[in-house]
Structure formats: C-alpha cells, structure tokens
Design a protein around this ligand. Structure first.
Ligand code: LRH
Ligand code: MN
Ligand code: MN
Length: 387
C-alpha cells in the first residue's frame, strides 16, 4: 500500500496554468449572465488569477488569448503579472472571430486570408518574446459544413504549409502546440478533428511542435487516457486544456462531470512520464464559469486536479504490474480502484498548512473580502469571453 506521506513530495511544484478568459463574463449562445465584480480588462483578469495562486499555490501562470487580451505593452503586462506573483504563460491565437475567416484561416484557399492568419500568429510570437511565454497554442475553427463544400485534402496541404511558416518563426526555446477538436463550429468536417491529425501535422514540423489535448474535445465515450498514453509514447504530448463535459465542449469545471476519468487520465500521465519536474507536459485549464463564481470556480478546478493527481500517485505501481503480468484481471483492477477511492482531502489540507497555505483555500479566499471588494469597485463594461 502506498501512503500519502510516500507521495507528498511529488505534489511539490505542481503547476496548473489558468486561462485569462475564465475570469471574464461568458455564457452560451442563448445568454451571457453578468456577475458582479467580473474582470473588465486583461489586468483585472490577471489580478483575479493571482488570487487563485495566492490561496492554492497551484497556478503561477496565466494564459492569454489574442486579441481578447490585447494591450499596447505586453512587457508591461508581464511585469504587472510578476508584481502579483504570477507569470504570463501560453499565448493562444484566435482566428475564429474575424469575417475574413468565414471559409477558413490557415487552411483557406485564398492566399491573402492565409497570410493574414499567418501574420496573426507572427504577432502572437512577438508577444511571446515580450512576455517570456514559451508556448504558442493554435486551435483552428476551420472546417466545412457540407460534403463537397471544399477539398478536404487540399486544406490539409495548405494547413501544413501555413504551420511550417509559423513554426519556422518561433524561438529556439519556444514551442507550438496544436489543439484538436472533433466538431464545432464546423459540423461536417473539421480540419484538425483528432489527435491523429494533430500528431501528423506537428510531427512534420519538428521537435518543438506538439499536440495539445483539450479533454472536452472528444466524442462521447472516447478513451482519452489511451490517447494520453499513445502521445506520451510518441513524445508528442505538449499540453492539456483541462475541463469537463457532459455533452459537447461544455467547458465545465475539471473533475466535475467525471472524476474517475480525470483520475484515469492523470494515472496515464504519471505512468508515461508526463508529470513532475522533468516533464514537458504543460497543465492548463480551459474553462468558462457561466453561472458559478469565477475565482472560486478556478480554485475548485485546480484543487480537483491536485486531488486526482494525489490519488493517481497513490496507485501501487509495483502491485499493479505484478497483477497485470500474472493476468490477474480483478486484482489489477482492484489496485487501481483502491487508489481512486482513497479520500486525500484531509491529508492534502494538512500538507497545505505545512507549506503556509490555507487548509481550505476556497474558504480562506471567501473570508478575505476580495470578492466583495471587486464587486463594489468594478462597475461598468465587463470583459466577456470573446470580447
Ligand atoms: C476551442 C477552445 C480553444 C480556444 C478556447 C477558447 O473550443 O477549446 O482552446 O482557444 O476554446
Ligand atoms: Mn481548448
Ligand atoms: Mn474548447
């Protein structure tokens, strides 16, 4: 049996990057409900994200989305983040909210549109240099709605060419991560629908091009931990966008819909070398909090990842291997389930206290008065997802 004290040291240094857009207003295509105190600009989003790190010690980085987080001076924005005890992380490009991209961006058959999309990524790379960010994350809304609408193979070729041009521009200490998603906003075909396509595209680029796995971007029933295992095997898992889903790309709190799936994913991450100081896999959230409190919602999310990481670390790997090698089906399953069913909340609370953090970060944040303060102070236009 592995005890909490055996794995506690491995929890040190865990980092889960927060998305700036989780702190802006968001909603569905039916309604965006306002929440008092919601951040109105990039600085306020970063300030809110810093609160999550202050109470949990788990989120020293904040990802930005361009142009949602457009500012005049990115070095100054980075310095502002540093003053609050956090750093700017992944830069996410956005080619899904511009008229010109109606029929595609990096895949477009129109060279001028393609160049515009490439130039946007060049701008993102310039921002990365100013902020010290390491990862450029690309997610494309490109796809078609009707069979025959466009040449799906030609689009792959154009995508490869566009990505190569972007990849050639990133610095030697920077990476390109390509995110896939099986549908939406395109419904017949999507140009990067699955890990295989993302893998094929990044493998052609080079070492510093990797796959980003967003847990909400798969068809129901997909065995995501298998994809994790395979990408780690191939050395091509670059990052995660964590969230959870019941139906489509729901962007709900990670671990809320299916904690067991999160456990299984994290077990494969750990087993495959994707966790710890030597790992190159970046953990990030990609969520929206449409009806719940945003700062506390982000805290719940990183704590869920921490709890499931602890449970996955508790798997008795030696016992599991022994059971697997002797084809002890029930025994092997029991080893995994024992770890999954171990309640780590008490030991984690004590462990936090031993490091000068509150035992209950959400309660400590709620008692701090920060939420009331921003609700009173922040009046006027609020930033929204997609603003
Ligand atoms: C696309 C996506 C992608 C975007 C984010 C806002 O569905 O997951 O990561 O950048 O949502
Ligand atoms: Mn995502
Ligand atoms: Mn998504």
């Amino acid at each position: 049996m592995v005890q909490f004290s055996d794995i506690a040291a491995q929890l040190e240094g865990q980092s889960i990057e927060l998305p700036s857009w989780a702190f802006g207003n968001s909603g569905t295509r039916f309604r965006v409900f306002g929440t008092p105190g919601t951040a109105r600009n990039p600085e306020e989003k970063i300030a809110d994200a810093a609160q999550v790190n202050k109470y949990t010690g788990l989120s020293p980085k904040v990802a930005i989305h361009i142009p949602w987080d457009k500012v005049d001076d990115y070095a100054a924005l980075g310095a502002y983040a540093n003053d609050l005890g956090v750093e700017l992380g992944t830069v996410n490009s956005n080619t899904f909210q511009d008229e010109d991209y109606k029929f595609g961006s990096l895949t477009s058959s129109n060279p001028a549109v393609r160049q515009k999309a490439i130039d946007h990524h060049f701008e993102c790379i310039d921002i990365m240099h100013a902020t010290g960010s390491k990862d450029l994350k690309i997610w494309l809304a490109d796809g078609t709605n009707y069979p025959g609408q466009d040449d799906i193979r030609g689009r792959q070729d154009r995508l490869a060419e566009s990505l190569q041009t972007i990849y050639d521009r990133i610095g030697s200490d920077q990476r390109l991560v390509l995110e896939y998603k099986f549908f939406e906003p395109a419904f017949y075909h999507t140009d990067v629908p699955d890990w295989g396509t993302s893998y094929a595209q990044v493998a052609a680029l080079g070492e510093r091009a990797l796959v980003c796995l967003d847990t909400g971007h798969h068809a129901p029933g997909t065995n995501i931990e298998f994809i994790v295992a395979q990408l780690l095997r191939l050395g091509k898992l670059g990052s995660f966008d964590f969230n959870s889903r019941f139906y489509a790309d729901d962007d709900l709190i990670v671990g809320a819909a299916d904690p067991f799936q999160l456990f299984r994913i994290l077990y494969e991450v750990i087993r495959g070398g994707g966790y710890g100081p030597d790992s190159v896999v970046a953990f990030m959230l990609d969520q929206c909090h449409n009806i719940e409190a945003k700062i506390a919602g982000q805290m719940r999310s990183v704590l869920n990842v921490q709890e499931m990481t602890a449970r996955a670390l508790l798997v008795d790997r030696q016992a599991l291997t022994a059971a697997q090698e002797s084809n002890d089906v029930l025994g092997a399953n029991a080893v995994l389930m024992d770890a999954f069913y171990t309640d780590v909340r008490g030991p984690l609370a004590s462990w936090r206290e031993s490091r000068g953090l509150p035992a209950d970060p959400i309660a400590a944040f709620q008692a701090s008065g920060y939420q009331e303060k921003i609700s009173a102070e922040r009046v006027g236009a609020q930033a929204s997802w997609g603003a």
